[in-house]
Design a protein around this ligand. Structure first.
Ligand SMILES: C[S@@+](CC[C@H](N)C(=O)[O-])C[C@H]1O[C@@H](n2cnc3c(N)ncnc32)[C@H](O)[C@@H]1O
Length: 223
């Protein structure tokens, strides 16, 4: 795939998933952008407004709070969190994504690094006051989704928060979609399985035409 084509994209992802190599295609998307972060088709090129609103309304009362951005893509959310005073780690499995972030923000205080959500360093375990996940789970298939959710929850420190943004779907619909949006039962496992406390939950339709349903959820580790 040399330029982005939605049908070729879905076929490519399906092939990798069918061959149980669901992590091996991400870098391709960044490589075809050919050094231009604006050409990464899934990048909004601005921080998520729901993330920004939540933080502005719920400042974390701690000196140098630590945030981590999962699957950070081209870095808008990580950069914004850094500007809001967080000490930010932002990681992605795609080396080309991290190269783009470093080139885009040469003087950034964010620690951008290549890392796999499924194999992160033990020092990250329950180490972050704020964990931001946007659209990583939905690009994974089957058991990788559960593993991803657990790994995300395990980053949250005591009294810390996980903020989760994703596309959503009604249960038993769109089962073959790529990406596969989360249904309510799936996202509820942050509470039911991972024992985080739900602080707020928003289901909304975005402003695209036709609009796309989304969830934006906030969880807290209270135990
Ligand atoms: C749909 S993109 C979303 C990127 C970004 N969060 C955003 O909102 O624009 C999903 C990102 O997750 C990354 N990713 C997928 N699996 C990962 C893993 N196991 N560990 C780290 N990053 C992963 C991909 O490389 C990709 O950048």
């Amino acid at each position: 795939m040399e330029i982005f084509d939605p049908i070729e994209y879905k076929q490519m992802v399906k092939e990798y998933q069918d061959n149980d190599k669901p992590l091996d295609w991400f870098d391709t998307i960044y490589k075809i952008a050919n050094g231009d972060y604006k050409k990464v088709f899934w990048a909004d090129l601005e921080p998520n407004p729901y993330l920004m609103d939540w933080i502005k309304n719920h400042p974390i009362k701690k000196q140098n709070p630590k945030a981590i951005v999962v699957g950070c893509g081209v870095g808008d959310d990580a950069q914004a969190l850094s500007q809001l005073g967080f000490e930010v780690t932002a990681f992605d499995i795609a080396p080309t994504a991290i190269e783009l972030c470093k080139k885009r923000y040469p003087n950034s205080k964010v620690n951008y690094l290549v890392a796999n959500l499924f194999e992160y360093d033990n020092s990250w375990f329950q180490n972050f006051d704020l964990v931001y996940e946007c659209n990583t789970i939905q690009v994974l298939p089957g058991v990788y989704r559960t593993k991803a959710r657990v790994a995300i929850s395990n980053l949250v420190c005591k009294n810390g928060y996980a903020l989760v943004s994703c596309r959503s779907r009604e249960k038993s619909r769109q089962k073959d979609d790529i990406p596969l949006p989360l249904d309510k039962d799936e996202i509820d496992q942050f509470v039911l399985s991972d024992k985080l406390k739900e602080i707020s939950f928003l289901a909304y339709d975005d402003e695209q035409v036709p609009s796309v349903p989304h969830f934006f959820a906030v969880y807290k580790r209270v135990l």
